[in-house]
Design a protein around this ligand. Sequence first.
Ligand code: EPU
Length: 432
Amino acid sequence: MTKYVIHGGKPLYGEIEISGAKNAAVAIIPAALLVDGVCRIENVPQISDVTLILKILQDLGADVRTVNKSTMEVDCTGIHNNRAPYEMVRRIRASYYLIGALLGRFGAADVAMPGGCDFGVRPIDQHIKGFVAMGAEVDVQGGFIHATTQNGRLSGAQIYMDVVSVGATINVMLAAARADGMTIIENAAKEPHIVDLANFLNSMGADIRGAGTDVIKIRGVERLSGGTYSIIPDQIEAGTYMTAAAAAGGEVLIKNVIPKHLDCITAKLVEMGAEVQEMGDALLIRRMGRLSRTNVKTMPYPGFPTDMQPQIAAVLALAEGTSLITEGVWDNRFRYVDEFKRMGARIQVDGKVAVIEGVDHLTGAPIRACDLRAGAAMVVAGLAAQGITEIDCVYHIERGYEDIVRKLSAVGADIRVVITPEEEDVHNSHAV
Ligand code: EPU
């Protein structure tokens, strides 16, 4: 079992370089299934979710080569298998992108039902609705999603999404890139990684317009061919370090970011009294005095991201006054609150709303990362707390944060990895 041990209460000073975006990487790597030839993908984050999705592709028969720390070459030309097995697929939510990509490539897919962080019901009805509209027959049996087409090809269709869904938008884009004719997605999600996937596919020869708006038009092409593409920086990783600086205090330059993607996070931190200065592709964040309360409601992009909700809660737990957080995307994303309470936070949850009464200090405690972003928020809280915080189950955090301990140590945090060999390593037995 690996733990992080943090001696908190030290302000942070220095620079942090942001890695490639997890949620773009886990869509772009399966998109290589649609390409004949070598996809050279740069700015790939070194995180366990990426390792898993690459392993699944390798298992299907892809040729994967590591060029350097953040550059991979993926060649799916030789793949003839359209069945993705349960053992690995259940451990990563994004494995549902294999359905769209395999359907787009072979007109058939057999993929185990995906796993994922547990914050309520996570249906995939909108994904399935899209595939069916494009002519697929989809059936769920024995824990597998079986999707087939009559003549091996999907046909373009007009698809209205009943909810704004990142996953369904991406999955339909994947399925449509090589379908016959035009697919139009209405009420599409607009997250930066959707634009990144469209840019990746277009650079390989696809014809996708409107990504980043709520109507995306995909004219199917016969074939995609290899090329080189660099993944965008991770919005949520950058936002997490912004909240770390806001909670612990100090001055941190966050490098390799797209400031526009961070506007929603910057606006809230500035409203609370932090200073944020844009410097080209970097943001300087500075927090000296105590921050003040605010309200936050999570929404699809360009709203405040649900994936930043626990981290901003860690900051608000220490802000002056009473703040409200309304979770607008997931049913149950406040499971971390009980862990924060062990540190002295005053938070009450009623359904999708958390009422946070700011305290003047948190106290270190043993706590458990219950999912990826909750775990990141616990690191943020631990950095700001007085005394020692020990965080368990950090494999959740390592799914999405490259070198978090090294990056934080470089700005003066006292954070160490402690491995207790006598305990069972639960990493491989959990859905991530
Ligand atoms: N929804 C449906 N039907 C569907 C799909 C979604 O009702 O077919 C609902 C969901 O239940 C939820 C809402 O729509 O209430 C939004 O879900 P969405 O499909 O957008 O989420 P996702 O694609 O499963 C991705 C990210 C999540 C992030 C959400 C929202 C990836 C791999 N995951 O999930 O990221 O929280 O979008 O932005 O991109 C994370 O990185 O920690 C993470 C959980």
